[in-house]
Design a protein around this ligand. Structure first.
Ligand SMILES: [Zn+2]
Length: 333
């Protein structure tokens, strides 16, 4: 009998992704949607003309995102927390992890195009239509959404109900929560009025209202979520998000050869890097694990060493420098 492998997903069977050499250029006016929660005017490009005159990705290597636990943490820490990184850090990310939105098959158009108007899409370059560039406003939206999911998971796992409440917002008075929605600005509760409107019955689904969490708290004298609602809607949101990612991935059977003997290996295929990252997070949530939190920037990271306290040596240096100046300032006064 062949010996069982310890890991259910051997690295050779997992979908590979390309690492690219990227460049940054300013955004064209038609490359931005009418409304973006995170303003940024940079476009990351990673295409080049091949000898035959075709546009191809400028790739420098391949790796397996599902075997790279640091990837989702790096993505959320760099792009998901408001302030976007400077150009060199962005290029470093693409060199290590590759493009975020390009679909694996090159048949589907990149996801960010769906945020533009039909008119804007008709003005796009061949490079954009083929998914060989992507705007950082979109990358930041995806990262922000993922970071909200991770924060929600962390608060739920640690039974930190005040944080869960802060993430989910409040319920307007007299209304019931029917669901949740995740957007880069935050989590919104989908609510419906508890009582039918005077003068007749509601049409099914017609009274569902959507409000960004912060507006609910600020304007409507709402009631706080009950503990039970906090947990139920929080976990439900995570389950929905992970299911959505799962639906954009599939099992991929491969033939593996070792010393002249063949066998089948089960691998994974995923639409794009965002999907691959949610698959990773799903595995992590399944095991009930958390990333480590960086002492310098407070962001999540995957430690390469046992006692690592900072996400990156540069983050550690900056932290020590800040502490040094703070101390010398206190000493001066
Ligand atoms: Zn850090």
């Amino acid at each position: 009998m062949p010996k069982a492998k310890p890991s259910p997903l051997p690295p050779s069977g997992n979908g590979l992704w390309m690492q690219v050499e990227a460049a940054i250029r300013p955004l064209e006016p038609w490359e931005q949607p009418s409304w973006r929660p995170i303003p940024d005017d940079r476009m990351v490009c990673f295409g080049e003309k091949s000898r035959g005159g075709l546009l191809v990705p400028r790739w420098v290597g391949v790796y397996s995102p599902l075997d790279t636990p640091a990837l989702p943490a790096d993505f959320m820490r760099l792009f998901g927390r408001g302030k976007l990184p400077r150009d060199p850090r962005v290029l470093e990310f693409y060199r290590r992890y590759g493009p975020v939105s390009q679909s694996k098959t090159l048949k589907d158009s990149p996801v960010w195009l769906s945020r533009l108007s039909t008119r804007a899409r008709s003005q796009l370059s061949a490079e954009a239509r083929q998914g060989l560039c992507e705007p950082l406003w979109w990358v930041a939206e995806e990262a922000r959404r993922m970071w909200l999911c991770y924060e929600l998971y962390r608060s739920l796992l640690q039974e930190d109900l005040p944080s869960v409440r802060a993430l989910l917002g409040e319920v307007p008075q007299g209304e019931d929560v029917r669901g949740t929605r995740l957007s880069p600005i935050g989590i919104s509760l989908l609510t419906a009025e508890a009582e039918p409107r005077p003068g007749g019955r509601r049409r099914a689904g017609s009274a569902a209202l959507e409000r960004p969490a912060e507006r609910v708290s600020a304007q409507v004298p709402g009631r706080p979520l009950t503990d039970e609602e906090c947990c139920r809607w929080g976990w439900r949101l995570l389950a929905d998000r992970l299911t959505a990612a799962q639906e954009q991935s599939s099992v991929n059977w491969l033939v593996d050869e070792e010393e002249g003997r063949y066998r089948l290996v089960k691998g994974r295929r995923f639409r794009d890097l965002v999907v691959a990252m949610y698959l990773q997070l799903g595995e992590m949530m399944d095991r009930g694990e958390l990333y480590r939190t960086c002492r310098g920037c407070g962001g999540p990271f995957w430690p390469a060493r046992g006692k690592q306290r900072f996400c990156d040596p540069r983050c550690g240096d900056a932290y020590r420098q800040r502490r040094f100046y703070r101390r010398s300032r206190t000493a001066d006064s």
